[in-house]
Write a new protein. Structure first.
Length: 221
């Protein structure tokens, strides 16, 4: 198994991997998108923007199996947002990257519209996420934030997920938000994560729960 930083030639495969994984009745996706107006094309453009940004500004890893019959197929993806040290100003590079990401997303929305995204629910999530991180992110070293992680169903059970969870080897804690209690939480717990908070996203009674989990650094022996 090979795990490496995403490159331009792997972006299409990474997008396909993510879309296949999250098309399987993911609770968060089902809550934040209107299925009747969901645009797969717009979603693909959005993920492409995120992948190209992550190539330069995040730990954006993809996994392949060079010994398989499809050695170029992307089997797993993980995007780790880098930690921010307490009381440390944002670097110019990160500032430019954030604005570039924002402008590309703004242009995408003008061209494709919202693609089924229920913006009210998106902002409910962002507000709850900001509150949870203010409460939980107490380490001055910051946290690696697992923004995306997925492994294709046919590739599960082969250690790909574990290989994608290497962000904390430098001694920094990791944080993620799971959209499923079962079976996801048990999987993450086996990799050292512990439940820190249940984040309830409630839109006038239509609610889901995300599970905020934190892992202490897993240093290599």
């Amino acid at each position: 198994m090979q795990v490496f930083q995403i490159t331009d030639e792997n972006i299409d495969g990474a997008i396909t991997c993510i879309q296949q994984a999250f098309s399987n009745d993911d609770p968060y996706s089902g809550w934040v998108f209107d299925k009747s107006t969901f645009s797969l094309q717009r979603n693909r453009v959005s993920l492409g923007i995120r992948c190209r940004w992550g190539k330069d500004y995040a730990m954006f890893h993809v996994a392949k199996d060079p010994t398989s019959s499809t050695p170029d197929k992307i089997l797993g993806v993980a995007c780790w947002l880098p930690p921010t040290l307490a009381n440390t100003p944002q670097t110019w590079s990160a500032y430019i990257g954030d604005w570039s990401l924002y402008l590309q997303q703004f242009r995408m929305n003008l061209w494709y519209g919202r693609g089924g995204l229920i913006t009210r629910r998106y902002w409910i999530w962002k507000a709850a996420q900001a509150e949870a991180q203010r409460e939980l992110w107490t380490d001055p070293k910051g946290y690696y934030f697992c923004n995306i992680v997925t492994v294709l169903p046919e590739a599960q059970g082969k250690g790909i997920g574990k290989a994608l969870f290497k962000a904390d080897e430098e001694g920094v804690k990791c944080y993620l938000e799971s959209s499923r209690a079962e079976p996801n939480m048990a999987i993450y717990e086996r990799m050292g994560f512990k439940l820190a908070k249940e984040m309830v996203l409630d839109d006038d009674g239509d609610a889901i729960t995300l599970y905020c989990m934190i892992r202490e650094p897993q240093l290599s022996s």
